[in-house]
Every structure is written in structure tokens, then in C-alpha cells.
Design a protein. Sequence first.
Lengths: 310, 244
Amino acid sequence: MIEVENLTKQFGSMTVVKDLSFELGAGSVLGFLGPNGAGKSTTMKMITGFLTPSSGSVRIQGYDIANHRQAAQAEMGYLPEGAPSYEEMTVAAFLKFIAEIRGARGALIRQWVDRVTDTVSLRAVLHQRIETLSKGYKRRVGLAQALIHDPSILILDEPTDGLDPNQKHQVRQMILDLSDQKIVIISTHILEEVSAVCSRAMIINAGEIVLDDTPEGLCQRAEGHLSVSLRINGVSDEALSQACSQLPQCGRVALINGGGVRVYPAEALKGPLAALQALMKANHWQPEWIQQHEGQLDEVFRSATGGRLQ
Amino acid sequence: MKNITTILNREFASYFTTPVAYVFILVFLVLSSAFTFYLGQFYERGQADLLPFFNFHPWLYLFLVPAVSMRLWSEERASGSIELLLTLPITLWDAILGKFLAAWLFTGLALLGTFPLWLSVNYLGEPDNGAIAASYVGSWFMAGAFLAVGCCLSALTKSQIVAFILTGTVCLLLVLAGFPLVLNFFQDWVPALILDLIAGLSVIAHFMAISKGVLALTDVIYFIAMIGLWLTLTRLVLQAKAAD
């Protein structure tokens, strides 16, 4: 269980995280979404005890990070942004060091290193220096050190940044495999990642939670959710758009570049499809094509973070 | 305690995975011998002791110790690994002491590498081996004090060069504190008590006292207090600006 209450961080006169509160139980994968500089990393740094909050509290499995920092940190595995490590070490030596610091002794060290080496497929580079590895492997070394003690909570700051599509898929699959027992928080600005792995998504902008929902729930908030685009044989787009805008179920109507009309719902979650079909039937119109759209996360993201054109 | 040794082991090993260790030890051995034989006139003096060797240590450490200490925290800051280290379930003291002790043991190792000089002087005459042992201990403590200064100053910045220069400067002031150059500057306008205090800060005075063969408690306490003070300052610096 992670409990975050009224978390705030100021650097000088700048407030980077404002009054953030949420709770998270086992089996959930939370995605922090937001533009660069929104406060995602700062929040993670406070949750993991690297930064002291200006105000507010964080409790990890009941341990307050301010008063029981070490006990709370022992519960977590953390991949900081950029997956830093001691690059002059070999992968094996580095993982052994982390295992020891995480409390493994004797044969257990070997066991932990072995297990995590298989989990993130590092066997091939185990005895290479980290500085000689590719970006993908470095990221996996970072994941390995976060996973080595089989923590109940995983905090991963941009876990797939810089990976190729195959590696991204691998890491996401791994997060999904781990997620039923654990609490996972990931930060990302890759929207497809949220739909792929998260059970809950928070859009953070300028240090505040602007939206907090399931990825599906977020998509449904898009203006374009259940909107319909269509073109009618023998009817001009202008006339069609005129007719559509008379219907009470239709909100904004837009002409599509290259032909056709897009009709947005007048009210969220109530698409105009049925009304449009009735309209076509009444006028004996034959559609050249007609298509209903699902809401897109990037649409919600842009409108929530005010990032249309800045 | 276990955490300190784990960090110490990692740090100590890391000196030897890069050229730093070998370059440092080589330069230290070459320079300390050169100083001893040429500037110190080891043979010409005709005395069986290692004073010409130890006399140059404060000056040698002025630029060699900052070279060891500059990476202690600056490198962690620059690479971001400080975030990894300080989110592991360890205390700040574990991290500070582990790093400091690794660096201190490393300089101790370099110092031990000068043992052929000790063999030579024993071959040539009958030196006061007690005094030599005390000098070795004193020299090691002095290196420790400089390292503690460097530890603190490298926690301030992610640039190793800045850490090097700051450490060299502060150590120079600590060495010069007992010299007329510094004392004359203060003589006319500070009370005698403060003047004594400034003179008492001098690394050289305490080191010389020890290298005469008297391992007095006050001198040992001076070095231990110096190390304690600068490591405590390191902790304050890290608490205040770990994440900058």
C-alpha cells in the first residue's frame, strides 16, 4: 500500500509538485503521464526518499518515509531516471553489491543475482563492464537492480526510454507479469505504454493531478470519443454538415480535409451514430463511408495539459 | 556496520578497475622518493632516519589527495548514481563512512608501498623505528584529514575539477595556518586567543609533532576531530542538496 498525502515540493519560489494525494494497493500499475517538467520524477524522488518533501507525507506499507526511511526503502525497488549505475563495474559485481546492500548474505546473494539475471535476460553480458553495454542493456541492468530483492513495490522512472520497439515490448511484458502481486508506479510520456500496462493513469501537469482514471476511462473523456465521420453519395459536405448540426445529439461538426464530415457528440459518452443513421434513413441517403471513433489518449493528454500549441 | 563494509568494498575495488589507482600509486612513489633523495638529501645528511621523506608529505598530499577525493561524490552526482545510492536502505553515515574509509585505506596502501625506503634506512644504519612508525601513522592521519575535506567539497559539486581545486585550496590553508605568512596577516588585529587557535589548526604543526616520534594524544585527537568535523559537514551538504 502506498499512501501519498498532500505532497508538495518547492524549489525556491517554484512549486514543482502541488498538493498531490493518492492511494495505491497491491495489484495495481499506476502510470504517471505528463509533459516534461510536469513533476513526475520529482514525485517519484519524494516517494523513494531521495528528496524531502516541502510538506505532505508518504507512507510505504505503513512506514512513513520521513521517520522510517530505511524500512520504507527496503520495501521498494527503484529505477531512477536514466537508469544510473556504477558503470566501471561488471554487471555481476554491480548486482552482487546491490544484493548485499539489500540484505542478502552468503548463498542468497548468488540466488538473487541468478534469478534476476534470468528475469531481465542479462546472462549474456553478466561479466561485461556496464559502460560497454548498449542503452537497452543498461536499462535492463537498472531494472535488475530494482527487482533483485523481489520488492513489493516498484517505482520505475521512464523504464522504456531509449529502448527499441522489441525491448519496449519485453519490458512492458515483464511489468505486466510482475504486476498481479506488486504495486508498480511507472512514469512515461509514451501514451501507448499507459494503455499497454497500466491499470490506472494519472495525467500530471504543472505539479498537479489533472486527470486520474483507468486508461479506458481517460480515452472516453476525449472530445472525439464516439464521434462519427461520414460521407454521403450525392450530398455535398456542406449540406451534410448543415443537416447534422440541426440534430440535438450532434455537437461540433467539422469538415475533413480531403472530403467528409466529422460529427462530435453533443454530450460525452452519447455518440451521434444512431441519430445520424436515422437522419440518413429519413432522407434515403446512401453513405459512401461511415465510421465511429474511439477516444484517443493523446487527445485527452493534449487537452488536459494545455499543450495544443505553445 | 555491514552496509559500511559493503560500500567500502565496492569503492575500494572501483579504484582498481580504472587507471586512477595505478597512476596515483606510481606518482606517489616516484615523487616521494625523488623528494627524499634530491630535495631531502637523504644520503648527504648521513643520518639514519626518514625525516627527509616525511617532511614532504604535506606538500605531496596537497595535490595528490584531492585527486583521490574529487570523485567521491562529484562522480556520483554527475552520473546520477547518487540517486541510486541514497534510495538504497542505508543511512547517510553508511554511505559517507564507506566511501571515506575506502579512500583512506587506499592512500594507506600507497603509503605502505614506500616500505623499501624503510628497509634501506634500516640497512644503512640503525634508525629509531618507533619514530618511523609514528610518522607513518601521522602521515596517514594527515591524508585522512585532507580526504575528509575533499569528501565534503566534492559533495558540493558535480564537477570533479571544481572539487579538486577547492580541496587543494582549503588544504593549502590548513597547511599554511601555522606559518608566519598566515599568522602575520592576523597578528595585528585578532586577539591572541584566536591567533593561537589559527596556529593550532595547522596540519603541519601536528604532523611534525608526530613525526618527531611522539604520538601525543592531542595531535591524534586533532586529526580525528578534523576528520569528524569534515565528514559531519559532508552529511549536512548532502542533506541540504543531494538532488541538485
